[in-house]
Design a protein around this ligand. Sequence first.
Ligand code: GLV
Length: 306
Amino acid sequence: MRFTIIAPPVPTQKWKEQFEKIAPHIPLLIGTETDRPEEIVCAMVWKQPKGALKPFVNLKLIFSMGAGVDHVLADETIPKHLPICRVVDPQMAFSMSNYVLMALLNHHRSWYEFQAAQQQKHWAQFEFIERPVRVGVLGIGHLGMDVAHKVQQLGFSVVGYSHSPKKTPFPSFVAGEWDQFIKSLNVLVCTVPFTPKTKGLLNYSLFEQFAEPTYLINVSRGSVQVEKDILRALDEGLLSGAFLDVFEEEPLPVDSPLWSHPKVKITPHIASLTYPREGVLQVLNCFEQLEKGLPPPQQVSREKMY
Ligand code: GLV
């Protein structure tokens, strides 16, 4: 019995260290090169190359090293019977919420205008306007719910939207109530997973539905946004700005006009990082449950893709 980590685009040293510390009795492979692929029972993956899991004929569990599983499911060669689990970590939610609060408060408190004024040595004391803010959180799963709670605790008005009804301490909407959600916003925070339904969701026709210029914060997936439509909506004033952590192509190409747009803030997909210790504890727990014949926690539905 052996586990493997297959995550070619990211450093895996910390996962390896934690795994060897917490589970020294389980041999660990990094990558796919092995003479005995039949020994591998669990694969921890982040953007595994297509077909990379094929040689592991005795695989019992696939574990996403991040919150999203779109990167796992992009490989349609994965046998349908294999359970896929993902990290669900309060620390990740803490980190994600802090990121959204940073973006929201910088915008709300006109930080960029004050920064520009400082560069001009201009004492812009009377030029700050505290805009009314109603924040819409699109996607209230584990991460989005934490974001919405924290934004609400700061005193902002919050509304949520999700695929299935959720019990929330703020108004939340489901399919059929979209108009009530979208028309009332000043800030839209996108925390949906990537699925065929959310592909290209943040597009011009959505931006046209805002009743007022709205600030966009996207921490979900780049494929959920249409960047040329974001640029158009910014230039036409439908969007008042955009704070983006994810992009259609990552790393964001140097020639993307987003880099230098005055109303766009960019971070390199770092809104929330996975914590290797927690990830390792969770994969071991999922595997243990499976071995006992129980459904592993945090198992994702292939249809829903989350
Ligand atoms: C990061 O994007 C993740 O899915 O954890």
